[in-house]
Design a protein around this ligand. Sequence first.
Ligand code: ZN
Length: 441
Amino acid sequence: MHGIQKNIRTLNLNTQSEEMYRQIEKLYPICRSITGDGVRKTLDILQEGIPLTKHEVETGTKVFDWKVPLEWNIRDAYLIDPDGEKIVDFKESNLHVLSYSSPIHRTVSLDELKQHLFSLPDHPDWIPYRTSYYSENWGFCIRHNQFEKLSEGDYEVFIDSSLEQGHLTYGEYVVEGQTDLEVLISTHICHPSLCNDNLSGNVVSAKLAEILTGLPLRYTYRFLFIPGTIGSITWLALNEPIASRIRHGLVAVCLGDAGRFTYKKSRQGNAEIDQVVAHVLKQSGYPFRIIDFFPFGYDERQYCSPGFNLPVGCLMRTPHGEFPEYHTSADNLDFVSPENLALSLSMYLQVVDVLESNSRFLNTNPKCEPKLGKRGLYGNIGGNYDSHTFQLAILWVLNQSDGENTLLDIARKSGLGFDLIKAAAAALSKTDLLKSGDNPG
Ligand code: ZN
């Protein structure tokens, strides 16, 4: 669509990148989990850019094979050593507490305490991020350097948390298009002070939603800001009729680091979204790799479960588990940058641009090549393209527009960029040689 392309071209990515980074700075201190006030505060901040809807799903609601868990909230937590010194303080870092820890206030021996401590011997200065959502436990995550210095004696453990009947909260925002066929962008919002996984995905999604708002779009775009796993399961369980309208989708995560782009294909493997992302990455000139679907990782697991099998891939930079900072205190504000966020956003925008304009056309003069000169299709008509390349694109579009091939198919076969093929199709559409074919919506 013209509007999107113009928007991408004229977008000041410097401004966008600073705004996204500033939003990460605001979101960073919040203690998020799969439920609770941290999620609500996060959605409040995201609402500054897009009027998303906050949904509350009651504890105990059955969602396929799962149940919405008790709501977890935490106010304070600390650990006091045998000398009476506060050695671990939730207020210093929310990663210090095992997420979903049950409340506790008692004295324990070092031996007992150690059963509830998590540290990283390979990165002794980093605090790990650990959770215990579905089995009741309490615990602290600490630097290994500190772990090694713990002396024998009694420790005071205090976790002022609550696990109560409440809600699972998620955010949803829909940008209406000309059709009710949908593109899904899904991002998880359940990690506490961790920037790349998951705040980068949150702010890139929110910025994309903001940019698309008000543009003339073919597809309807649905943005989900949900807790990982239980959030997508809940949404799918409550929205099966909507899920059947999803034609393309991406899970947005790990988009702020400096690593090369990684695209994890949908379970279908050769869906249009898989082809579009592969083409955009290839044309971008930036390093990338494409990996096949596997049934672990992020929420694509749920969207791509066999009962849904939606064409949803995951476009990220370095995948989870492949950067040492993953799920540690080192995934902080220094690990992500405005420039990396901006480049990731531009990749998402280009994917949207191709999805929006990927159409089938029909050559109305398919017997032998038509005479181009008499229709003004020779010479310098390609705008930004040199005339020889533009001629090639014209010939490719005419030859392949048999009602089956899309513009993306033609771009892939010809090795020419999607923009060029699209421009050639636009020029041909102004003549009697090409008409619109059978397209979505
Ligand atoms: Zn994670």
